[in-house]
Design a protein around this ligand. Structure first.
Ligand SMILES: Cc1cc2nc3c(=O)[nH]c(=O)nc-3n(C[C@H](O)[C@H](O)[C@H](O)COP(=O)(O)OP(=O)(O)OC[C@H]3O[C@@H](n4cnc5c(N)ncnc54)[C@H](O)[C@@H]3O)c2cc1C
Length: 271
């Protein structure tokens, strides 16, 4: 849609060109959300496209994803054969309710910064124990664990003008065994629950990441494989009955049921 409050679009070649931030500014990534509804508080868009950050970089340490990497680019990524958790990338891209336009324009960083419960790039990167690099305005870059970034439905830790620069997925997480479960009330609908389990084969640990069913990601870490009862107890200890996200994509009770069901399937699969 036309954004009739926007009077300027800036296209910096470097993020440092935007030294001063004021209300009315908004970073523009793929624009799939920004252009989907009126943005009455925004008068200036600052397009990230000209920053020309390389979308994907592999190294011995893992995978670095630029915030501006498109979902379609990430989907095409093929990792080294021993990155046994890499199929999660495609699974999570496919969990996106995405038209052709959204699929090809939306960015990984835009999805994370939207911070919706059903943000599949949040699910992916949190499950793979990502570190996010943030660029505040007028201060040194900072790094933080992906799990701490989203604080609620459409809420996160970003300060005004702060930019999500990149996401690092460590090789240790990419090399884990992984199991994925996802449900949506409608085909290609927004996720009601997206749950991922990972396990280091030699340790037999278990990391369960619960997303979409809850307003923000919830992670359960077990040093040894839990029993079914221990897993259910841990879910209840971390998510109270009224802690599930109730919206048109599924009631809280439905999402709670899916969480128990999928987490138990994942536990059994990775046992
Ligand atoms: C039909 C349709 C279906 C959708 N389905 C889903 C879905 O299933 N799940 C879901 O989560 N979302 C969904 N969305 C919402 C949205 O399109 C996605 O979240 C998308 O990934 C946003 O990415 P983008 O690059 O287009 O972000 P933009 O629209 O460009 O930006 C989104 C927000 O993030 C900020 N931002 C973007 N990049 C950065 C950055 N690097 N640093 C700091 N701030 C930044 C922008 O200022 C803006 O506030 C849907 C939207 C539509 C129209």
């Amino acid at each position: 849609m036309n954004l009739n409050t926007v009077v300027e679009v800036r296209r910096p070649a470097s993020a440092d060109e935007i030294a001063q931030w004021r209300s009315g500014y908004a970073w523009l990534a793929g624009g799939t959300w920004l252009f989907s509804e009126p943005q009455l508080a925004t008068d200036t868009l600052i397009d990230l496209d000209q920053l020309q950050w390389p979308a994907l970089r592999t190294s011995a340490a893992g995978l670095d994803i630029a915030a501006t990497c498109r979902i379609a680019e990430l989907y095409r990524f093929v990792g080294p054969a021993d990155w046994s958790a890499a199929p999660l990338i495609r699974e999570c891209c496919n969990a996106f309710l995405a038209s052709f336009k959204v699929w090809n324009a939306a960015t990984v960083g835009g999805n994370i910064c939207m911070s919706l419960p059903a943000g599949p790039m949040i699910s992916l990167t949190v499950a793979l124990e990502a570190t996010y690099t943030l660029w505040p305005r007028g201060a040194a870059p900072r790094e933080m664990p992906g799990i701490a970034f989203v604080t609620g439905n459409h809420a996160n830790v970003l300060q005004p003008g702060e930019l999500l620069r990149s996401i690092h997925l460590p090789v240790a997480a990419l090399s884990k065994r992984a199991a994925f479960r996802h449900a949506s009330l409608t085909k290609l609908g927004r996720s009601a629950a997206l749950i991922i389990g990972t396990q280091t084969p030699e340790f037999g640990d278990l990391l369960i990441t619960i997303t979409a069913a809850t307003p923000r990601p919830v992670q359960l870490r077990f040093a040894q494989p839990p029993s079914a009862a221990e897993l259910r107890h841990a879910i209840d200890a971390h998510i109270p009955a009224d802690g599930y996200f109730d919206d048109v994509h599924g009631s809280a009770a439905y999402k709670r049921h899916l969480t128990y069901h999928f987490a138990e399937q994942i536990r059994a699969e990775l046992a």
